[in-house]
Design a protein. Sequence first.
Length: 252
Amino acid sequence: MKLSIIIPAYNEEKYIANTLRKIKQAIHENNVDNNDWELIVCDNNSVDKTAQIAQEYGAILIHEPINHISRARNTGASIAKGDWLLFIDADTYPNAGLMDEVFILLGKGNYIGCGSTVKVEGGTFFNRVRMERLNPLLRILKICGGAFLLCKADAFRAIDGFSLTLYAYEEIDLIKRLKKYGKKVNKKFTVLHKNPITTSGRKGDYTLPSMITLLVSNTVAPILYLFRKFLPKKVIHLISKKMLGYWYTDTR
């Protein structure tokens, strides 16, 4: 099997149906054989209809009881059969053009993975600008967010997947290790940009609590990432749970 698409989902009943529908549409428009790909949803301890909807759309369902994005992605990857793993967030979807680029990349043989620039759908103007302004930087640095991240399955397993220590910036950590591994096997990582991934702008509204959460989370997260090798795991865990509400607040 060529590709396993893995979607971590925590209380995503509002978005998951559209995401699954759009992914399937993008795949089918590229005339990809059903035996060449699979769709996996990791239900990260949801209390809504996320799991039910995933099954209704034909996704392979697996449960991860601990609310942690890295664990959810790793758990989904643990049952994946594809040679490549594509992690897509539950409020994010590709168009047919992006999936065409992905399948072309899969056939080239000189890549270890890729990400994508983003196009924000809905939400506030502030949040759209805040997220899309990073696109040029993503291309220059060849890094990406976790909303759309592709990598070779054997490489992912060789570097032990996403860090279970980090609760944010886990995708940056993975890409750094993936690139290092890629140098050993003479394969590179790139960021696609012709067909940006579409992601929800549901966060970052204009209310004071939201702005405070955004500011605190985006200040604390890089600090924890930079000092991840020096801080005890328990300390990172406690700080993350209390101060990374931007990523770990129920946004239904």
